[in-house]
Design a protein around this ligand. Structure first.
Ligand SMILES: Nc1nc2c(ncn2[C@@H]2O[C@H](COP(=O)(O)OP(=O)(O)OP(=O)(O)O)[C@@H](O)[C@H]2O)c(=O)[nH]1
Ligand SMILES: [Mg+2]
Ligand SMILES: [Zn+2]
Length: 314
């Protein structure tokens, strides 16, 4: 019998890193640094930026045949769908701007998602050059500093730059996701740190978005040739669903509440109406008590507890 050639070597399974995500397909970088578009085998694409995947070449594109086990995965769960941000992160920069006014609910929810995924967040407040708006919003972060989160002041305004060396030290040799609402300056930071990628970013957003520069897809950028560190740009979020979290888990994911949960009378206290609840007794404005819980934060806890206790509507 005539020997048939086995399927060509190009069908061999190779490893690659997902550096871009566009709906159903992803952009993958192979160990040689070449990139190609890869598609999922089935209808759904589960691979996200930061994933190491196994793929097989099919013509000049590729088919995803597996995802290597992840160290972590940051995602939000809205009522109808899961939205993954990125995988295998070392840290998250929660990026806010002095304008537009940031929502504390959004910030609080994003922090909970980071805690649930066990990823360290740093809160960055950008646009320090807008001094009045900045001062007011910097003060809004007092509560978050008190509960142990690091905050960093930044300005990317050409004539008033501030905080860039701190950011550079923070992200050096790490994989960092830049996450935050639209207009905070996430892409501006990337363009400032990596001037070479600027044209690329604008090209993509112009093609997809008729000239607007709002980011529509998540993209991985190596910080330098050594390829030890990377910074990931992501589209601004509006909703931040926490449906993947149990109501009874919430307090442990909010550091200001978690501080007190161990001292409640009942081990399964939900901190809403039980007697001798240490969380409720810590709620107050008093500034001499460093361990107090801001009333607004406790109010958010009650709202979120209620929301996550509802049976799913789908
Ligand atoms: N005054 C001031 N404006 C800034 C600063 N950084 C960014 N901006 C401006 O803020 C606007 C939004 O910046 P982007 O970088 O597109 O914001 P983004 O967070 O990437 O927004 P999305 O892609 O929509 O999520 C732009 O007009 C920037 O020029 C800053 O430090 N100071
Ligand atoms: Mg952007
Ligand atoms: Zn309690």
């Amino acid at each position: 019998m005539k020997q048939r050639k086995s399927p060509s070597a190009s069908a061999a399974t190779q490893e690659g890193l997902v550096i871009g995500s566009f709906g159903r397909h992803v952009l993958v970088e192979d160990p040689q640094g070449d990139t190609r578009i890869c598609h999922p085998k089935g209808k759904r694409n589960d691979a996200v930026v930061g994933d190491r995947i196994l793929w097989q070449a099919s013509e000049d594109e590729g088919r995803i045949v597996g995802i290597v086990d992840r160290k972590n995965l940051l995602f939000r769960q809205d009522e109808m769908r899961t939205k993954s941000f990125a995988a295998n992160l070392d840290q998250v920069c929660l990026f806010l701007g002095a304008t537009p006014e940031f929502s504390e609910r959004q910030l609080g929810r994003a922090l909970i998602a980071c805690e649930a995924a066990d990823i360290k967040p740093t809160i960055v407040l950008n646009k320090a050059d807008l001094s009045a708006e900045f001062a007011r919003n910097w003060a809004r972060l007092d509560a978050y500093r008190a509960m142990g989160y690091a905050t960093l002041a930044l300005s990317l305004a050409a004539d008033q730059e501030q905080g860039l060396s701190e950011i550079e030290a923070l992200i050096k040799d790490k994989v960092t996701l830049i996450l935050g609402p639209s207009g905070a300056g996430k892409s501006s930071l990337i363009n400032r740190l990596l001037p070479d990628v600027q044209a690329h970013t604008q090209q993509i957003s112009q093609a997809l978005n008729s000239g607007k520069h709002t980011t529509t897809s998540t993209t991985w950028y190596w910080l330098d040739q050594s390829k030890r560190g990377a910074i990931i740009d992501s589209p601004g979020f509006q909703e931040f669903g926490l449906h993947h979290i149990e109501a009874t888990q919430l307090a442990s994911l909010m550091p200001d509440l978690a501080e007190h949960t161990g001292q409640c009378k009942y081990y399964n206290c939900t901190h809403r109406s039980e007697p001798e609840c240490h969380v409720r007794s810590a709620v107050g404005e008093s500034s001499d008590n460093h361990q107090h819980i801001y009333p607004a934060r406790y109010q958010m806890y009650l709202e979120w507890f209620e929301e996550l206790s509802q049976p799913p509507r789908y």
